[in-house]
Design a protein around this ligand. Structure first.
Ligand SMILES: Cc1cc2nc3c(=O)[nH]c(=O)nc-3n(C[C@H](O)[C@H](O)[C@H](O)COP(=O)(O)OP(=O)(O)OC[C@H]3O[C@@H](n4cnc5c(N)ncnc54)[C@H](O)[C@@H]3O)c2cc1C
Length: 470
């Protein structure tokens, strides 16, 4: 065991030994070994390489969006050799992956979330992961050989183009991109933005959602998903969007227009009118991946927080920060919140493994909302402990905050999930009302049997023939 992985709380406990007890029965021996290897790879190889990556991207926009840091290719070669490759494709649904469950990969994704380069180094980076799942699950053999194979091999990258600037895209039925059949081709017209990954010089394929049948009375049958090679004539990347000023180069977030973009009809995925079904299928496990990486980011923020409050050089009002109770309380709250959020994510992963993403809608929505909140709260506490340095480029915290904040918007904003959760929870309301009424009525009867006059003001004067109304 390397010294880098030893710390005072865990001693020599490895990642697999720290798996929460509730999840342990679901982790195979092979996955436990791989998890330890992932931790070692991330801590000893990837986190130190983050600094190199940021330098190798370059300074100017021109350099940044044309760069492909060598350090990534070196890490990819090491990861492949170690067998740390494509762990994200769950074994019960895909034969192409490394043979782990959602839960097992979820545990690994936590460590990947601590480094800027680790996900890409192991070919587990978004949006490629969701895109590979789409092609593996819904693509034709021809589409798989042309696009899935090089993606699985880490030779090319991809982007998922759904969101449009002119409509509220959190409701996918609003999407307007036109996809029209013309002989052996489809012709696309419209615009997309927030096309993550489109800036990467290795991004060769766009997975595009648009409408083939905008007048279909069933609004979930209007959409289709089609594969569009990035260099098809008529495609223009107008600009790259920034997040709180960060350009996220080289992969970036593109604003792209399509002007009579013609692609072969064989590029249609699954068939016309199946787009909604495909994007629903894409999002389930991907949300768990984001959530587990965010747990890793929160752990990393807590580590930076602890490092700062133990910095002997910096003693506001004569004491190190670790002597100030308010800081220790924030540390304690962070520990509690991260541990609780992790359990929620692992629970959702187990539920997906036991059925599928549809069977775990509630659990997925819960963590989609909870985990970004926890992550942002912990990063915010760490930033505060660093004072001015916390919001500067001298720690990774500011950029982590920016990235963490987007998680409340991407893959559906919080409100959509809260609404869905609230509606479903509310369905239980009438039954609960009935049950509570019955329990109160029974309580009233019991009081009478024992010769006691009920004192609950809600019962008083409302008893009719041994029953009460709430
Ligand atoms: C960093 C980043 C990366 C992204 N990557 C991609 C990508 O790769 N591909 C892609 O297609 N898209 C991507 N997106 C876009 C993202 O998925 C959308 O921004 C998101 O779905 C919201 O859509 P919208 O921006 O059109 O907001 P709108 O749909 O206009 O929603 C705006 C706001 O309205 C509120 N709202 C929405 N619905 C409800 C409701 N039911 N009840 C109450 N309030 C509601 C919410 O506060 C919401 O934030 C990315 C976004 C970011 C920030």
């Amino acid at each position: 065991m390397s010294d880098l992985l030893v710390n005072s709380q865990h001693g020599h406990l490895t990642a697999s030994q720290r798996v929460p007890a509730i999840a342990r029965p679901f982790v195979s021996e092979r996955a436990a070994r791989t998890l330890d290897l992932v931790e070692k790879f991330v801590e000893e190889e990837c986190i130190p390489a983050d600094a190199v990556y940021l330098r190798q991207i370059g300074e100017t926009i021109q350099q940044r969006f044309n760069s492909h840091p060598q350090v990534i290719e070196d890490l990819k070669a090491k990861a492949k050799k170690l067998g740390l490759w494509n762990m994200f494709l769950p074994k019960n649904h895909f034969k192409e992956g490394a043979g782990f469950s959602n839960l097992e990969y979820g545990l690994m994704a936590e460590y990947l979330g601590k480094s800027r380069v680790a996900s890409e180094a192991t070919n587990c980076a978004a949006p490629d992961t969701g895109n590979m799942e789409v092609i593996a699950k819904y693509g034709s053999e021809q589409q798989k050989r042309r696009w899935l194979d090089p993606l699985l091999d880490g030779k090319i990258r991809s982007a998922f183009l759904m969101t449009e600037p002119q409509v509220a895209s959190s409701d996918a039925t609003n999407i307007e991109m036109s996809i029209k059949r013309d002989g052996d081709s489809y012709i696309l017209n419209g615009q997309k933005w927030w096309s993550s990954g489109a800036g990467d010089p290795r991004c060769e394929i766009y997975i595009v959602l648009g409408k083939t049948d905008p007048n279909n009375p069933v609004k979930y049958k209007q959409q289709s998903v089609i594969l569009v090679p990035h260099n098809t004539p008529g495609i223009t990347i107008h600009r790259m969007l920034s997040v709180f000023g960060y350009d996220d180069a080289p992969h970036g977030h593109g604003h792209i227009t399509f002007n009579n973009v013609r692609v072969p009809a064989t590029n249609m995925v699954l068939g016309e009118g199946r787009g909604f079904e495909i994007i629903q299928g894409r999002l389930g496990p991907g949300r768990i991946h984001h959530a587990m990486r965010s747990i890793g980011a929160a752990e990393k923020a807590l580590e930076w927080f602890l490092a700062r409050i133990n910095d002997e050089r910096k003693k506001p009002f004569g004491e190190m920060l670790n002597k100030h109770g308010i800081m220790l309380e924030r540390v304690a709250r962070s520990r509690i919140e991260i541990d609780a959020a992790r359990l929620a994510v692992l629970n959702a992963a187990i539920k997906i493994d036991e059925s599928d993403a549809k069977g775990a809608l509630k659990e997925i929505a819960e963590v989609k909302v909870l985990v970004p909140e926890v992550n942002l709260t912990v990063i915010d506490r760490a930033i505060q402990a660093y004072g001015g340095a916390g919001v500067s480029q001298d720690t990774p915290l500011a950029s982590m905050y920016s990235n963490g904040r987007t998680m409340r918007i991407v893959d559906g904003p919080d409100e959509v999930h809260l609404l869905q959760l609230g509606r479903n929870e509310n369905k239980r309301g009438p039954a609960h009302k009935k049950r509570l009424e019955a329990q109160r009525a029974k309580g009233l009867d019991l009081c009478r049997q024992y010769g006691i006059e009920p004192k609950d003001p809600l019962y008083l004067g409302k008893s009719v023939g041994g029953t009460s109304k709430l």
